[in-house]
Design a protein around this ligand. Structure first.
Ligand code: HEM
Length: 319
């Protein structure tokens, strides 16, 4: 690179001398390095845990080595087990350097017995002096209380039986039926429907009927009270445009206006049309006040067949 500078002979001699001096220094350095390498190999033979790396190459920067390794005899290694451990970390610990505390040349390490430090100090305790007494849990002594466990008989008494009939629940319906399940058809279908109410048309509620009764409307369909013979009652049966009359306890009512208001339906009420409806009425709802319900529908009273003929049809004529 600097070839265009021509050196003088003197300078060249100095350069040659300098080269020779540098070569001598390089030779000495190589000898020191070789000594260090050989010593390092010796140390590796004593302590195989030292890594094989490029650190030992002469070109690499020499790293500080523990002084104790090179000066003092090798420290005996120890392990946590007998060498058969399955833990890899413990195996790594076997190859690691000895712990820094206590120091290698300290009083603690010197006073410690070498045998226990080497084999038994960190191993699993094998003698009775170190190993704690094993508690006897499997065989309790007679003076100790029994285990707090529910006796089998009491536990069985508190348990709900999963099969078979429960006490005070009646006879079982089926041998295989367990639990509290209701057998199909035993209760739900055995209770008849006690009410046969129908859905009334709008404006035909019981309240609407009450309002209609208080009105001035002629609900009886007659101008005056009538003496009604059985023939007459039979004639007014609600068919062919005729009004429906029904008798109850000797009184005759025009039930025609009440038919759409009857909670039990029109058909049920028409069964009493043209005849005495007292029996049917009492079979279904004896609690219903017939007189109050049909007060404005009163037509007259029942008379004998011959009484009407003799006295006439109207009650006013009887007075
Ligand atoms: C003509 C006079 C009658 C009047 C004023 C009358 C009135 C009533 C009333 C107020 C109810 C409702 C009862 C309640 O909610 O508890 C009712 C229901 C019923 N009525 Fe009548 N009824 C009469 C005649 C009859 C007759 C002659 C029959 C049957 C042939 C009948 C069959 C029923 C039935 C099946 C029910 C529904 C079930 C019930 O509510 O208990 N009714 N009736």
């Amino acid at each position: 690179m600097f070839s265009f500078f021509r050196k003088s002979p003197a300078v060249k001699a100095v350069d040659d001398l300098g080269v020779s001096v540098n070569e001598e220094k390089e030779h000495q350095k190589r000898e020191r390095d070789s000594n260090l390498i050989s010593e390092a190999h010796k140390t590796r033979e004593r302590t195989p845990e030292i890594k094989k790396s490029a650190d030992l190459s002469p070109d690499a920067t020499p790293k500080p080595e523990p002084v104790a390794k090179r000066i003092l005899p090798p420290v005996p290694s120890f392990s946590l087990s007998n060498g058969d451990s399955d833990d890899d970390s413990e195996d790594e610990g076997d190859n690691a350097a000895p712990p820094s505390f206590p120091a290698v040349n300290s009083a603690q390490r010197a006073s410690a017995p070498k045998s226990s430090l080497k084999t038994t100090s960190l191993q699993a305790p094998t003698n009775g002096f170190i190993k704690p007494p094993v508690p006897q849990f499997t065989a309790p002594s007679p003076r100790l209380p029994q285990p707090l466990r529910t006796p089998p008989s009491l536990a069985a008494g508190l348990r709900v039986p999963t099969t078979g009939p429960l006490p005070n629940r009646g006879p079982p319906t089926k041998p295989t039926a367990g639990g509290l399940a209701v057998p199909p058809g035993s209760i739900a279908t055995s209770i008849p429907n006690p009410r046969k109410k129908v859905l009334l048309k709008p404006g035909h509620s019981p309240l609407d009927w009450a309002h209609l009764q208080k009105s001035s409307a002629n609900l009886s369909g007659v101008d005056r009270l009538q003496r009604v013979t059985p023939t007459m009652l039979k004639h007014f049966n609600g068919r062919k445009g005729r009004p429906a009359w029904s008798s109850y306890q000797g009184k005759v009512y025009n039930i025609t206006p009440y038919i759409p208001f009857h909670p039990g339906g029109e058909g049920e009420l028409k069964r009493a049309a043209g005849k005495d409806g007292g029996k049917l009425f009492m079979e279904v709802h004896p609690w219903v006040n017939w007189d109050n319900m049909l007060n404005e529908c009163l037509v007259g009273i029942m008379i004998g067949e011959n009484e009407g003929v003799e006295r006439g049809g109207g009650l006013d004529e009887m007075d």
